[in-house]
Write a protein that binds this ligand. Sequence first.
Ligand code: G4P
Length: 529
Amino acid sequence: MATQNFLNEVNKRRTFAIISHPDAGKTTITEKVLLFGHAIQTAGTVKGRGSSHHAKSDWMEMEKERGISVTTSVMQFPYNDCIVNLLDTPGHEDFSEDTYRTLTAVDSCLMVIDAAKGVEDRTRKLMDVTRLRDTPILTFMNKLDRDTRDPMELLDEVETELNIACAPITWPIGCGKEFKGVYHIQRDEIILYQSGQGHTIQELRVIKGLTNPKVDDVIGTGLAASLREELELVIGASNEFDEALFLAGELTPVFFGTALGNFGVDHMLEGLTEWAPAPLPRQTDVREVSADDDAFSGFVFKIQANMDPKHRDRIAFMRVVSGEYTKGMKMRHVRIGKDVSISDAVTFMAGDRSAAERAIAGDIIGLHNHGTIQIGDTFSSGETFKFTGIPNFAPEMFQRIRLKDPLKQKQLQKGLIQLSEEGAVQVFRPMRNNDLIVGAVGVLQFDVVVHRLRTEYKVEAVYEAIHIASARWCDCSDPRKLDEFTRKAHEYLALDGGDNLTYLAPTMVNLNLTMERHADIEFFKTREH
Ligand code: G4P
C-alpha cells in the first residue's frame, strides 16, 4: 500500500507544457515562471535567448547547445506548495514530432496567445494534439503592453476556432501605453501594473473591490467608469469558471498580462497550482495505471541524441506514471523483457541538476542509453503491460533521400530505420519503386537526419524534392477489402519504418477523393508505436 506521505507528494505534482505559435512569448513566459519558482534569480539568466532562436543558425550550433537543451527540456520547481514540472516543447524550426509527443506526457497545458495576433496556425495544430487526451488547458493572453485586439473578440476567436469555452479569470485594463493592470474577476481585486519591472518579481499593488473609490484615484474617473461598465458586460456575456469542465478539456480559464513586463504570469501560476490536475492515470494494453499505485511504472516519450556523436549516447525522457524511482533501483524494460539497474538517471529539480536520487509519479527522468530504448517503451516493476497513447503523428513535410555512394544502400536503410525508431524522423518505402522518403513535421528534422547519418552511420546522403502533401496510415478489418485497396492505390502506397501501410497523398484533393472512394478503409493521422 502507498503511504500517506507518498500520496501527498504525488498530489502536489503539476506537470504541464506550453503550447503557442512561434514568437507568442513561450520562452519569455518560461523565464518568468522560473523566476517565480525561484529557479533563477533574475530573468534572462537561464536558456540564453540564443537557444530559442538557434534553429535559425545551423545544426552544428544546435549540437553545441544540446548540453543545455537536455537540462532545459524539463524544469522542476516548487510553487504554492506544489512541485511543478514544466516540459519544454521544441518550437520554431526545431519543431518536430517530439513537440507533439511531449504533450502526451503532461497533465495540463498552458496556451500562450499573442493578444495582438490572436489564434495562429501552430497553436491550432498543438491544440488538436491535446484533444487526443482532452488535456485541460489554461490560456495566457500575452503582450498587453502593446496595442492588442479587443479582449472580447480574442475570447470569441478562441471559442470558435479552437472549440473550447473561455472563462476570463482576469480582465485587462487598457493595453499598450495605457495598460494599467488587470481586474481579477474571481477575487474582485484590481492589480496594478508597473512598467520597467520585467526582470524581477514586482511588488504587488492591489486595490480591493471594483467599486472602491481608490480605483478612480489611481486610473482616473473616466477609465474607472468605462471599466465598470465593460466588466458588467463581460461578466454577463462570458462563462464562469467551472473546474469540472476545465478538467474535461472543455473550458479554459483565461489570464491577461505581459510576460516581458512580468505581469500576470503569477495569476496564471496560481490557477495552475490550484486547478490543474495532479498526475493522471494512464492506460495500458492491460489495465489503467493510477499515479498513486506504489509499484513503479513509466513510459518514454522523447529521445535525444547526446552531444558526442562518437558515443552514441542518448537520453530517453521517461514520464513516471506511478510509484517512485530511487537511485540504483531495478526496473523491467518491458519490450525486451529484461530487468535493468538504473543508477544514473537525470532529474530536473532547478538548481540541482546532479544525478537523481529520487523521482515520483508525475516527474520526468532522463535515462542514458546507447540505442536500447525507443519512443513508446514501457518500464515497470516486473508487470508486463504497455502504455498506449504515445503515437507517431502523420508527417507534413517530405523529401526523397538519395545516397552519394550507391553501394551504401543497406547502411542508409538501417540508419533511417533506427532514426525513425528513435522518433527523429519517419521513413517511408513506396511500393512501386526503391525510393526512400523521409517525412517530418518540422523542417530542421531533415538536417538532423543527414548530419546523423554522416556522423553515426558514415553515409553521405542528399535530399531531392518530392510532391507529397500528406500521409495517412491505412487499415481495414476486412483483409479482402484491404487487398483490393492495396492494388488500386498501389501507386501511392508505402510502408513506414515499422512496415505499416501508409498512403502518401500527392495533394489534399487526392487524399480527400481517395478517402471518399474507399469508405471501408480507415485513414489515421496518428499511429501507435
Ligand atoms: P517564443 O518562445 O514563443 O518564440 O517567443 P519569445 O518568448 O522568444 O518572444 C518573442 C518576442 O516577443 C521576443 O522579442 C520577446 O521579447 C517578445 N515578447 C514576449 N513577451 C512579450 C510581452 O509581453 N510584450 C512585448 N512587448 N514583447 C514580448 P524579440 O524581439 O524577438 O526578441 P528579443 O530581441 O527581445 O530577445
